[in-house]
Design a binder for this molecule. Structure first.
Ligand SMILES: C[S@@+](CC[C@H](N)C(=O)[O-])C[C@H]1O[C@@H](n2cnc3c(N)ncnc32)[C@H](O)[C@@H]1O
Length: 175
């Protein structure tokens, strides 16, 4: 199977530029809901396992997910911390969120604008978000500043390999 050059160039433009000026996969795009659902199906089991291994996701905890997409991980977090805990889910665009729970709060915000309720969360997590923001270091600083002292942070990001169509080599997928 071959890839044409425009596909390779698009991959490079999407994952290779560390200074992406704005989010390029808007929720209004055709098929974006399906893409997020597929990400949830493929990545949530691994994400949940890592979250569980941190030992802080338990009843009574306060959790924050930034770049929540459709909200599937935040919904899981809300169920884990119930009945007394609270989950917050932040995204630039909440139009594809498809879950409602009494202890799950959604907030439309840009993580580059500042920390979320500084110093208050037992857990902060983000998946496949930092490679989209124009200033990942600032975003990470704001995520860390949202944690309470001793809290845990879990960031999951893709490490893509660029496709090289000229030499017939193909990507071996995500690291
Ligand atoms: C590739 S999607 C990943 C969604 C979800 N985390 C997942 O892994 O299924 C990236 C998400 O991050 C959000 N996002 C991008 N830049 C953001 C920012 N600066 N602040 C908050 N959310 C952002 C997008 O709106 C989108 O929902």
């Amino acid at each position: 199977m071959g890839f044409d050059r425009s596909f390779a160039v698009n991959i490079s433009a999407t994952y290779g530029d560390p200074r992406m000026p704005e989010y390029v996969l808007g929720h209004h795009l055709k098929g974006e809901g399906k893409r997020l659902a597929l990400m949830s199906e493929l990545l949530d089991p691994m994400h949940r396992r890592y979250l569980q291994s941190l030992g802080v996701v338990k009843s009574g905890a306060r959790t924050l997910e930034v770049g929540c997409g459709n909200g599937s991980i935040s919904a899981w977090l809300a169920r884990q911390v119930a009945p007394d805990g609270r989950a917050m889910a932040v995204d630039l665009d909440l139009s594809l969120v498809d879950v409602r729970l009494s202890n799950l709060e959604f907030c439309k915000a840009d993580i580059l604008a500042g920390p979320v309720e500084p110093g208050s969360f037992d857990l902060v997590t983000a998946r496949a978000v930092l490679h989209h923001v124009p200033d990942a270091e600032k975003a990470m600083a704001n995520l860390v500043a949202s944690l309470r002292p001793g809290g845990a942070i879990l960031l999951i990001e893709f490490m893509g390999r660029l496709l090289d169509t000229d030499s017939q080599r193909t990507s071996r997928g995500f690291d």
